[in-house]
Design a protein around this ligand. Sequence first.
Ligand SMILES: [Zn+2]
Length: 108
Amino acid sequence: MMKCKDAVKLIPQFLEDDLDNRDLAGFLSHVDRCPDCKEELTIQFLVQEGMLRLEVGDTFNLSSELGHLLSDARRRLRFRRSLVFLSYILEIAVAVLSVACIFLAIAL
Ligand SMILES: [Zn+2]
């Protein structure tokens, strides 16, 4: 379990979408369980996004925007993890195929 100190440090990177899979997973599960860090995230998100929107004149629904941000991040994490998984499978498939080719070459 990630410490609050570490989770808070990751907030700016999270908002920039600049975390690797491991940090992102730890960060998301921490924010899920820790109201303090969720609040800190909300504040930093408000400062970063809210100010931008106010300049443009958009209406801004903080809690729903933050909810979107978090569910997007979870979706991206799942997607990237499945890509990692897929690349393992491909590597194994390639390894099996090359072994099969070597056997064939010997047998023929
Ligand atoms: Zn925390």
